[in-house]
Design a protein around this ligand. Structure first.
Ligand code: GN1
Ligand code: MG
Length: 385
């Protein structure tokens, strides 16, 4: 059901002169634009919410995004992956979903160019994408039920694409989640930048150096053939999972730019590191950050409920490694960007990427101190599936 138009500006007059209006109007929209406003808290791309008027005074919403071309230099490949995924899900949804609601955001075509769904303007790349109706996202989990749904959401997504051949997806972001590569970037940033060595920065450097060997665990397993490449989302953090407002069920994964061949472990680790930190990744109180075992259990239960059918024994063997590694890796990426001058992750205040790194490193420590309990939990869930 389209939402009602109540409270919206009635003409596009308010937008006159707004360059975003001309950009949005270059796409095949379901009606005239009535409002454009900034949306979301992405660290890489810029997103706007576009309201359009439908017939009978109804309104619809769409996402308008400026893609960060420094991070994604080949937009045509990103769009091709999103289209490929949509096609695959459409063909396989019936068998996998058994009646459950699931949505895949869809790219809209550029006017007069039905085969093209992105626009290049003054060196910037824009696209519009459909909104999932009647859903919400959150930055921290509210309870175990929602945690279970988060896991089910990722498991459903993986189940829907696990038989999409990786050769049909482009590698749109080379080196993404290859942790040893981030270590190299860290050393380079450390030696080429003159960032003051505050006690917190010194703590981060020592923390990374103590864990250098850890960085290779998934890549070594991949190189040895124990883990294999599959299609992945690449960024399934909690606020990229949409929950149905009425039922609370996870019904979509959004932010599809990072779909590419990878290890499902990257996705599982990312989902858990974001879901099990009750203070959220932007907290200033990094010393209080804790990895919540109860939420971890519920997320994994939900995930395995959908994913057990395609996981191998080796996949299970590396689950703990993934949980620890992706929290560590994100801390390493944030800290490296702090050293390099905040070129990759957007910031709104000085020291934000250092603070984000401290949060992820504290989370890593919390995972390490609970290693025995997390491994036992994984074994328990494995035995039960
Ligand atoms: C970035 O832009 P956003 O918020 O969707 C990053 C992820 C990180 C995340 C941390 C392409 O995602 O890898 O986990 O920030 N995306 C990219 O919040 O690097
Ligand atoms: Mg993202």
């Amino acid at each position: 059901m389209p939402e009602t138009n109540a409270g919206l500006p009635t003409t596009a007059r308010d937008l006159a002169g707004d360059p975003l209006l001309a950009i949005a109007a270059a796409f095949v929209l379901p009606g005239p634009v009535v409002e454009i406003s900034p949306l979301g808290s992405g660290n890489v791309n810029d997103t706007y919410r576009v309201r359009v008027r439908l017939q009978d005074c109804q309104a619809d919403r769409l996402g308008l995004q400026r893609s960060n071309t420094r991070v994604f230099p080949q937009p045509e490949l990103v769009m091709a992956n999103i289209l490929r995924l949509g096609k695959h899900v459409q063909a396989h949804a019936g068998a996998v979903l058994s009646g459950r609601r699931w949505e895949v955001p869809r790219l809209l075509a550029v006017r007069d160019q039905p085969d093209r769904c992105w626009l290049e303007l003054d060196g910037e790349v824009w696209r519009t994408i459909t909104y999932v109706k009647g859903c919400r996202s959150c930055d921290v989990l509210e309870d175990r039920h929602q945690a279970r749904e988060l896991g089910r959401g990722l498991g459903t997504f993986h189940a829907l694409i696990s038989d999409l051949p990786v050769a049909e997806l482009a590698d749109t972001l080379e080196g993404f989640h290859i942790t040893p590569g981030y270590l190299v970037q860290f050393e380079r940033a450390l030696h080429t930048n003159n960032v003051p060595l505050t006690p917190q920065a010194a703590h981060c450097i020592a923390f990374i150096r103590d864990r250098q060997r850890l960085a290779f665990v998934l890549e070594n397993a991949k190189a040895a053939g124990r883990l294999r490449l599959r299609p992945i989302h690449g960024d399934p953090k909690l606020n990229n999972v949409m929950f149905d407002r009425a039922t609370g069920e996870a019904i979509a994964l959004v932010d599809l730019d990072t779909i590419k061949p990878g290890l499902v472990h990257y996705d599982i680790g990312d989902c858990l590191r974001s879901g099990c930190n009750r203070l959220g990744e932007e907290t200033a109180d990094w010393r209080s950050v804790h990895f919540d075992l109860d939420l971890c259990e519920a997320i994994l239960e939900g995930y395995l409920n959908r994913a057990a059918a395609f996981l191998s024994e080796a996949d299970y063997d590396h689950l703990f490694d993934a949980i620890r590694l992706i929290a560590f890796e994100l801390g390493l990426r944030f800290f490296t960007d702090h050293l390099a001058g905040n070129f990759y992750f957007k910031t709104d205040h000085p020291g934000q990427n250092l603070q984000r790194a401290l949060v992820q490193f504290r989370l890593t420590e919390s995972i390490e101190t609970q290693e025995g309990a997390i491994r036992a939990m994984i074994e328990g869930l494995r035995a039960a599936t």
